[in-house]
Every structure is written in structure tokens, then in C-alpha cells.
Design a protein around this ligand. Structure first.
Ligand code: ZN
Length: 396
């Protein structure tokens, strides 16, 4: 369709609601839509007409579960438009092109070293985007826009990265990333913090579907957190993602880069793990190889192979995380907690130790709490979540 973006933006609020219901409930009957909207059949028929005429919603089978006349099932026409999802993290950028059912049709990931200044990164994203279009046979006019899941703190309305920590290249403060991307890609861009994108997607279509309270933690260079409570994203000032990471778990603890002492980030992040490991080596303990060549992934792997210092470092990191998670559970009583990110992917010890302690130290009953390792969407949770966030912003 020509200019699908304008078509969606110009729908009235009732049509947007119906489109949203069909998006979130594939293969749905009119009866179910009526129950969810509380409207009448004649109103629903009027509201659905433009969506059906333009084949945005299509009949997709017959409901076999009921007696009598079998009702039609409706679904979103997935290939009528596409969305670019971007996850610009500190050490990599993840990109997906998804259809309207949030199926990934093309993806890319590239690592970012000290040469990836903002301009370089945006140019690289644009080059990858053009390659992805060619490979998938999708025309650029059919990509209605991009969602960006960014590292906070973030002015999400203006699309400015304020002063994120731990980027390897200089120049990542006060970056008008939305404008840079829109100028380079030639499509509209919405920005949100990355952890919020991931928790939104997990709650709509992943492990958190049907749960009112969902928490997503991404444990890597830093600890990034997105929280949905009673169906709503909990927003922090300036959309920071690391507020949980700066929860104090040791009153007399180590100095954090934020200026406080004893924050979870000091112990449980990849940066914290490397710092702690180096401090023990400087005290005379034997490293697994030359200190400047050891990554946090090496420490995770050595811990699995019973290297004493690595195992101790990973377990202590996980205990600090588990303590913070117990506090978090006491405060917000989540139904599901998704632990994701490189540390969770590379270390079962880290994941299992943190979960065991969190469950044991929780003040409230944990019978209803489920932990999930890596999430339903794995390492594409933020980028695909950013695409889902773009769609959601169009429909409100
Ligand atoms: Zn701190």
C-alpha cells in the first residue's frame, strides 16, 4: 500500500484499537473483538471496513472450536508494511526488519569499538539497512519507520542521548540520535530506552504475555532494567535504565562510578566483574592469562571449568544481583522476571546463583514468581521490541 504510515496515523481511535487487538491476538473472531471493545456489531463492522478494504486486516481461516455457523478468524496482513528495529548498545548495534506480526524478515548485528563515533555508527546502520532491503526484496517505501532502543539516560521525545556511560568511542553525549538517523535513513524514527522496548515486547508477545507485572533485566557492561507494573511501563527520570543497577546492596561497599558506594553495578556488571577480578590478581592471585587480554566472557567460561578465582568472582557478582532482585521483588511483586544479556547468556552459574538467592531472600511469597533465562526473543529483544514500540506509538 502507498504510505501505510499515513493510513495508520489517520485511522480514528476505534479503528486503531481494533487494529491493536487483532495485532496482539492473532486469529481472532469478531465476537472476541466485540467483547474486548464493548462496542456493537454494526459499529465494529463500520470500524473494520477501511482495515478490510485496504487488506490491513484479512480473513485468515474459520474458527473450528464453536458449534453452529463457524465464524471467520481475522489476522493482520503481515507483509503490507515493515518496521526497522534498532538496538544501539555500548558495544554493538543490533538491527531487524520486522513485518507487522513482529516476525523478523532480516537482521544484522555489528560490534562497535573505539572508532564507532555517532556519525560513523549512523552511516554504518544506513549501509546495513540498504543491504537488508536488497537481501529481503523489501522496498524502502514499504518500511514505515524505525524504532530505536537506546542506552539511557535519554530525552525520548526529542530523541537525544544525554550522557550514557561506557561507550568505547568518544562523542556519545548530547547526541541528537533521532535526527541523525532520520536524516540518514530517510524514514521517521521513534526513540525509547532499550530495556523498555524489550519489556514491552516480552509483555505483549513473549514470556510476559497475560502477566500484569513483568520485569526485564539485561546484564552486560551495565545492568539495564525495564519494568511493567499493572500493564504500564514504569518510567524513571530521563528514562535511565540503570536505576536498579545503582541500588545499594552494601552500605560500606566499593565506590561506584556514579559517586555512591556499594551499588549493584559495582559487583554484578561485566565492568564490575573485570574490576574485581583485576583487583584480586593485583593482590597476588593467579589469572587465567595476561590480565589485559581477559574479557568477562573468559571469566564466565573459566568459572564453568572450576577456575577458583573466576568462579568466586562470578558467584559474588551473582549474589549482589540476587540481593538486589530480592529487594526488587519485595517492592514491586513481579509475576515474571526475565534475566537476559551477555552475562546471563555466557554464565549459567551467574544466572542460577542470582535466582536462587533472590527467591530465598524475598520477603514476600515467591510462589507466583517465574524466572526466565534470556527471554522469549533472546538477543533480538531490544531491537524487535523497538519495532513493536514504534507500532504501539502509532496506535495511541
Ligand atoms: Zn552507582
Amino acid at each position: 500500500m502507498q504510505d501505510f504510515l499515513s493510513f495508520i496515523q489517520n485511522l480514528d481511535i476505534d479503528a486503531k484499537k481494533v487494529f491493536s487487538i487483532v495485532s496482539n491476538n492473532p486469529l481472532v473472531t469478531k465476537n472476541t473483538i466485540l467483547k474486548l471493545t464493548g462496542t456493537t456489531l454494526s459499529t465494529l463492522n463500520r470500524v473494520m471496513k477501511p482495515l478490510l478494504d485496504e487488506q490491513v486486516i484479512v480473513p485468515a481461516g474459520i474458527d473450528q472450536s464453536t458449534g453452529g455457523r463457524k465464524p471467520l478468524l481475522y489476522d493482520v496482513n503481515p507483509g503490507i508494511a515493515y518496521i526497522l528495529g534498532l538496538d544501539i548498545s555500548r558495544t554493538y548495534t543490533d538491527m531487524v526488519i520486522s513485518n507487522l506480526k513482529m516476525d523478523i524478515v532480516s537482521k544484522r548485528r555489528f560490534l562497535m569499538d573505539e572508532t564507532f563515533l555517532p556519525d560513523v555508527t549512523v552511516s554504518y546502520i544506513t549501509a546495513c539497512f540498504n543491504e537488508m532491503l536488497l537481501e529481503s526484496g523489501i522496498q524502502k517505501k514499504d518500511v514505515m519507520g524505525a524504532g530505536l532502543g537506546a542506552v539511557g539516560p535519554l530525552d525520548r521525545k526529542k530523541g537525544i542521548l544525554i550522557n550514557p556511560d561506557h561507550f568505547q568511542a568518544p562523542g556519545w553525549s548530547d547526541v541528537p540520535i533521532k535526527d541523525l538517523l532520520e536524516n540518514s535513513l530517510g524514514i521517521p524514527v521513534f526513540t525509547e530506552n532499550g530495556a523498555n522496548c524489550a519489556v514491552l515486547l516480552e509483555s505483549k508477545m513473549g514470556y510476559g504475555k497475560d502477566c500484569a507485572n513483568v520485569a526485564y533485566f539485561n546484564c552486560g557492561i551495565g545492568i539495564r532494567t525495564g519494568v511493567i507494573s499493572n500493564g504500564n511501563i514504569i518510567r524513571t527520570m530521563n528514562n535511565v535504565e540503570d536505576a536498579f543497577g545503582h541500588m545499594v546492596v552494601d552500605m560500606d561497599g566499593e565506590e561506584c562510578y556514579c559517586g555512591n558506594y556499594g551499588c549493584i553495578e559495582c559487583y554484578s556488571s561485566a565492568a564490575g566483574i573485570l574490576k574485581k577480578y583485576a583487583a584480586e590478581v593485583k593482590k597476588g592471585r593467579k589469572p587465567i592469562s595476561e590480565l589485559n587480554k581477559i574479557s568477562f566472557i573468559d571469566i564466565c567460561q573459566a568459572a564453568d571449568q572450576e577456575d577458583e578465582l573466576s568462579r568466586e568472582t562470578i558467584i559474588n557478582a551473582a549474589l549482589a544481583l540476587g540481593t538486589g532482585l530480592a529487594n526488587f521483588m519485595n517492592l514491586l511483586n513481579p509475576d515474571i522476571i526475565i534475566l537476559s544479556g551477555p552475562l546471563i547468556r555466557h554464565s549459567a552459574i551467574y544466572y542460577e546463583t542470582a535466582v536462587e538467592l533472590a527467591m530465598r531472600k524475598s520477603y514476600l511469597s515467591t510462589d507466583h514468581v517465574t524466572f526466565k533465562r534470556l527471554g522469549y526473543f533472546g538477543e533480538n529483544a531490544i531491537s524487535l521490541g523497538a519495532a513493536a514500540m514504534f507500532m504501539q506509538k502509532l496506535l495511541v
